[in-house]
Design a protein around this ligand. Structure first.
Ligand code: MG
Length: 205
């Protein structure tokens, strides 16, 4: 990744470790030729810089799926609420301007398509098998299950399903992401690749 893109990612709001980001970059770069890279849950675009830079390196496309109203943990009064991304007129979060800004700064406007809707609605109209799907959306079990059920079946054979925020120890974090990771393994449709910190990586058979 270019130093300039790394700087944009580092300055961006969000929750992603550098090693996880570099892994996402390499995965996107190596699988973008199989189909579009889909990111479910972009927030302000920190991870989008990594997957988008990877897609761009291979002449591919990134699609950022997010309703931009924040997940449950981002809402007012919750642990990860950031008043800077609250739109007082809408009386709701709006992270879309932040994502656009990040995409522009990372020079990814020709690579990234921003799809502003829920994961489920995007999946309803989506017919192209993705080369990679990165799930980093809502952390309730219902939200995680929806993301898994909507997107895992769409991944092209040989493509990647990556899932963020795996915490084998329940004391360290919510269990919804690791639960869908285990569902994917139990389905028999995926092979396990090495996990990078809290980033789970699976390859579609
Ligand atoms: Mg995450």
């Amino acid at each position: 990744m270019s130093p300039a893109a790394l700087e944009v990612a580092a300055a961006c709001k969000g929750f992603l470790d550098l090693d996880e980001g570099l892994c996402l970059f390499a995965l996107a770069r190596d699988h973008a030729h199989l189909g579009p890279i889909v990111e479910v849950g972009s927030y302000c675009g920190k991870s989008s810089v990594y997957v988008g830079s990877g897609a761009r390196a291979s002449g591919g496309t990134l699609v950022c799926v997010d309703h931009h109203r924040g997940n449950e943990e981002n809402q007012q009064g919750q642990l990860y609420h950031d008043p800077e991304v609250f739109d007082p007129d809408a009386e709701r979060l709006d992270t879309l301007p932040w994502l656009r800004d990040t995409i522009r700064k990372a020079k990814l406007e020709d690579t990234a398509i921003l799809l502003v809707t829920t994961s489920a609605r995007a999946a309803e109209v989506w017919t192209i098998p993705p080369g990679m799907v990165f799930i980093d959306g809502g952390h309730t079990q219902v939200a995680a299950d929806t993301d898994y059920e909507c997107w895992a079946p769409k991944v092209v054979s040989g493509g990647i399903l990556a899932i963020h925020d795996l915490f084998p120890n329940p004391d360290e974090g919510g269990q919804a992401p690791i639960n869908i990771y285990r569902r994917a393994l139990a389905s028999g449709d995926f092979d396990e690749l090495p996990t990078v910190k809290t980033l789970g990586v699976l390859r579609k058979k």
